[in-house]
Design a protein around this ligand. Structure first.
Ligand SMILES: [Fe+2]
Length: 255
């Protein structure tokens, strides 16, 4: 535990699922954005709405001069003009936000998701006494068969929670504590709005206004798929660790 301000509602499970967002949004708001290939394995692309200094890029804010924590993101006019509703949704939280971007994820397998599971680097340079930075996930496309896979311990399947991702699904995750990735089933890419957001009164108020649930029942998974996926993923993770000489996912990801 750091000396940052943490929201009590996140303490128990490391995530909170909110009521679904019900308003329709024109898919052009995410499809017509400018995407950047960044840290990409070929399976993901990102389109920033806010970045460190307003450029169309997705780097961690600490890479810039002057470096800064993942807060006080600068809105990118050419992008917010394409996505006014998405921008307003983030602004409506009322909290200090850092990186704000759309992720585009191609379909993958449960094993891929476990292989890609990681912790985020949300609080680098974040001064003690200020709010702990969390991630807010707002699902855009309707992917009810896809799930966010959360684990308290990446090596322990019993700590897993799978959260279904129909359009409008919203959750806030302490993604520096919870291992996370998405298992996206389907034939089209999945789009989600991801925001780095600071813990504090504004975020807390917004969470409580959206019927928070701190424990959800995991989406069903076939036990054979689960066991096979676990074995494959752990094999691939071990091979990666052997290749690098360390497990790169234990070094917090910038994604
Ligand atoms: Fe992440």
């Amino acid at each position: 535990m750091t000396r940052h301000h943490h929201l009590p509602i996140l303490e128990e499970t490391g995530y909170v699922v909110l009521d679904s967002y019900q308003q329709p949004i024109d898919p052009a708001e995410w499809k017509d954005l400018e995407y950047v290939d960044w840290k990409s394995s070929g399976d993901t692309r990102f389109a920033p709405l806010a970045s460190a200094y307003g450029q169309i890029e997705c780097n961690g804010f600490w890479h810039f001069d002057p470096p800064k924590p993942d807060k006080d993101g600068v809105w990118i006019d050419s992008q917010t003009a394409v996505a006014p509703t998405l921008t307003e949704r983030v602004r409506a939280i009322g909290a200090n936000v850092g990186r704000v971007r759309i992720i585009e994820l191609q379909p993958n397998s449960y094993a891929d998701a476990l292989y890609n599971s990681h912790l985020d680097d949300n609080n680098r340079l974040n001064p003690d006494g200020e709010g702990w930075v969390l991630r807010c996930f707002m699902q855009l496309t309707h992917d009810p068969d896809s799930v966010m896979v959360l684990r308290e311990d990446v090596n322990d399947p019993s700590t897993e929670t799978r959260i279904s991702l129909p359009a409008g699904a919203q959750l806030v995750v302490d993604s520096q504590r919870m291992w996370h990735s998405v298992w996206h089933q389907g034939s089209e890419p999945r789009y989600c709005l991801i925001t780095s957001v600071e813990s504090g009164p504004a975020l807390e108020k917004w969470i409580w206004a959206n019927a928070p649930t701190t424990t959800v029942e995991s989406a069903a998974i076939d036990q054979g798929v689960a066991a096979a996926g676990e074995a494959t993923a752990q094999e691939r993770r071990a091979a990666r660790t052997a290749y690098y000489g360390y497990d790169p996912t234990t070094v917090m990801s910038e994604a």
